[in-house]
Design a protein around this ligand. Structure first.
Ligand SMILES: [Zn+2]
Length: 407
């Protein structure tokens, strides 16, 4: 045992460390936490020389790393429920856009919302993620699409991380869509991003990474490259929405810049998978968007496996294509829709999600010295976490070694 006093001892837990490919379950044992770190892990009952401040009997519950949602757009105002209803009644994308719907409506409402309103609406979603076991979340901007509104969104994301017991990592996604005032002038908007928005976000310390949307309805590879070069010049890592609707070879471009992740990937080809494997770029799979859009083009899971690309799974929480905050439900969808194994899905919201955020040294597994972000689940085996459709098996959630109520 370490010499430090133990702040919390969890006994009788069956630990799923998520440090191997099988998500093996250890026999009943204990975890000792000192400060915000895991100070000891062992089988059976501990023999501790140090005083123990607090103790919990897990009674055989499964203990996993706290879940990491590595791809969300959860800071936005309003919702698109009316648009959902119109689509079901047969309205076309064009007629919805003419009626002021689509991403433009979210951009308008996000721009109009003051910072407190944007915070309050986003906090509801953040708290829901937390109730489902999330201890670290990535939040993108991308519904502001102007200097002022992008910085506002990132400030709200930062404030959420300061006000709630959860780690927030931010990504600047100014290159999400073309704002209306730049209609027909995408290269001018890229100028605005690389000359003003990105440098300001970097200078203010508001962005941990830079993201883009490279596709036929987003930006071209050449435009994406300019954003990546600006990110590199400011010392920020990159990520990319790539190969969702078509193959633009965005994943290979992202890998060329050593991207943390390439996300969606329904149309990824083998060259892209090889480039990602070489660069250590994580494949972030988003089954919620696939489901909501009733997509039928599956991401090439077998290709990713064959080339040893780490796979993460995320909610993609956003108002247009994946209005969900239920990360455990995404485990079920990743298995049901994409045929991931339950172990792959669990690694996708723990170890590999940490890697997609560059946090693998401190988060994502239950190991000595790592941050004590943990979840206790009332299930008998890891597969049960993916088996239940929107199940409610979470018993307790610990952030930095402290248990917080689930409500
Ligand atoms: Zn996204």
């Amino acid at each position: 045992m370490s010499a430090a006093p133990i702040d919390l001892l969890i006994r009788n837990a069956r630990v799923v460390a998520c440090d191997d490919a099988s998500c093996a379950v250890a026999p009943r044992g204990f975890i000792a936490i000192a400060g915000d770190r895991i100070a000891a892990i062992g089988a059976g009952d501990p023999t501790l020389g140090e005083p123990v401040r607090d103790e919990i009997d897990a009674d055989g519950a499964l203990l996993t790393p706290g879940l990491i949602d590595c791809h969300t757009h959860l800071v936005y105002a309003g919702n698109r429920a009316r648009e959902f209803e119109m689509r079901l009644q047969g309205a076309s994308y064009e007629s919805i856009a003419r009626a002021g719907g689509g991403i433009v409506s979210t951009v308008r409402q996000t721009r109009e919302a003051d910072e407190d309103t944007l915070f309050a609406e986003s906090a509801v979603r953040l708290q829901s993620l937390m109730r489902h076991g999330v201890t670290t979340v990535e939040i993108k901007s991308g519904y502001g699409l102007s200097l002022e509104a992008e910085l506002k969104s990132l400030r709200v994301a930062r404030s959420l991380g300061e006000r709630f017991p959860i780690d927030v990592r931010t990504s600047l996604l100014a290159a999400h869509a073309l704002p209306p005032e730049f209609a027909g002038r995408p290269d001018d908007y890229i100028d605005e991003i690389v000359q003003r928005i990105l440098p300001q976000a970097a200078r203010l310390g508001l962005a941990d990474a830079v993201d883009g949307f490279c596709d036929t309805i987003g930006f071209t590879p050449a435009q994406t490259r300019r954003v990546f070069e600006a990110a590199r010049a400011h010392g920020l890592p990159v990520k990319l929405h790539a190969e969702q609707l078509s193959n633009q070879h965005g994943a290979a471009l992202a890998a060329e810049f050593g991207a943390l992740s390439a996300d969606h990937l329904e149309h990824l080809d083998e060259d892209g998978a090889i480039a990602m494997a070489r660069a250590g770029t994580v494949a972030v799979l988003l089954p919620g968007a696939y489901y909501f859009l009733r997509d039928s083009h599956l991401p090439p899971i077998e290709l990713l496996r064959r080339h040893g690309v780490a796979m993460a799974v995320s909610t993609d929480c956003n108002p247009g294509t994946s209005p969900t905050t239920h990360l455990p439900l995404m485990l079920n969808m990743a298995c049901t829709l994409f045929r991931l194994t339950p172990a792959e899905a669990l690694l996708g919201v723990t170890r590999h999600a940490a890697q997609a955020l560059g946090l693998q040294a401190t988060h994502g597994t239950v190991e000595l010295g790592k941050v004590a972000d943990l979840c206790l689940w009332d299930v008998d085996q890891p597969a049960a976490l993916a088996y239940e459709i929107a199940g409610g098996a979470l018993r307790a959630r610990f952030k930095n070694g402290v248990q917080h109520p689930l409500q």
